[in-house]
Design a binder for this molecule. Structure first.
Ligand SMILES: *Cc1c(COP(=O)(O)O)cnc(C)c1O
Length: 229
């Protein structure tokens, strides 16, 4: 792995392109989201200077403190919320983010729909699926996905796809394949899957959006208990 941020960015982009070609896919169909949570503006700026425009954060407050000044300098930035969202922060999230990856329950669908009506902003939404059926993880249960999608469509949320984080420590490919099948079955084109450790596999299995943090920024400096944000 290169040490300069711009080198790491080039390496991740090249790896995405290779994985896409292995699967007969167009590399341009994959959005690389640079997950900059916990990293300050001075770590983000080199990637902006190198042309990166999609960034991910997992906390509304942290993003609100960090991003307005950077967006003013780089207006084409698209901000993605990749972490769990409390309903009482739905309005702030709708104001700040262009894409929300973590819609996972009816109360949040309703809060986001109300926030979109109130603000006139309509960020793209992914429904997050608890693909490994893990008790502690965010995401809608597999058996509740169809109802949540019906509710989101009825509320006129701009649902573009499904998102998931597979269980740690086991082969992720079957989970990526399952998420791709669910998206197909529900007529959704977007697939937000793949992180630093497994984004190439995710691209081979159809990811349209990969969320990559540590492979671009280096390790994050915070307690393990805080990881799921
Ligand atoms: C932090 C995070 C990422 C990035 O993780 P890395 O392993 O550092 O690439 C991706 N998706 C979500 C939901 C995250 O919280």
């Amino acid at each position: 792995m290169g040490s300069a941020p711009s080198e790491r960015l080039a390496e991740v982009r090249a790896a995405i392109a290779r994985a896409a070609r292995r699967a007969g896919r167009d590399p341009a169909a994959i959005d690389l989201v640079a997950v900059s949570k916990t990293h300050a503006a001075d770590a983000i700026e080199p990637l902006l200077a190198a042309g990166q425009r999609s960034f991910g954060e997992n906390r509304v407050q942290e993003a609100a403190a960090k991003w307005p000044a950077l967006v003013a300098a780089y207006p084409a930035v698209r901000l993605h919320l990749v972490g769990q969202l409390q309903s009482n922060k739905a309005r702030d999230a709708v104001m700040l983010f262009d894409v929300i990856h973590s819609v996972d329950r009816p109360s949040l669908v309703d809060a986001l729909a109300a926030a979109m009506v109130a603000t006139g902003r309509r960020p793209d939404c992914y429904l997050q699926v608890n693909i490994g059926d893990e008790p502690q993880k965010g995401g809608v249960a597999l058996g509740d996905l169809a109802d949540l999608l019906d509710r989101a469509r009825a509320a006129d949320l701009p649902v573009v796809g499904l998102m998931a984080v597979p269980p740690e420590g086991i082969e992720p490919a079957p989970f990526f394949a399952l998420l791709a099948k669910l998206a197909r079955d529900h007529g959704l084109a977007g697939l937000s899957m793949g992180m630093s450790g497994d984004y190439e596999t995710a691209v081979e299995l159809g990811a349209t959006c990969v969320r990559v943090g540590s492979a671009l920024f280096g390790a994050r400096d915070y307690p393990a208990a805080d990881k799921t944000g």
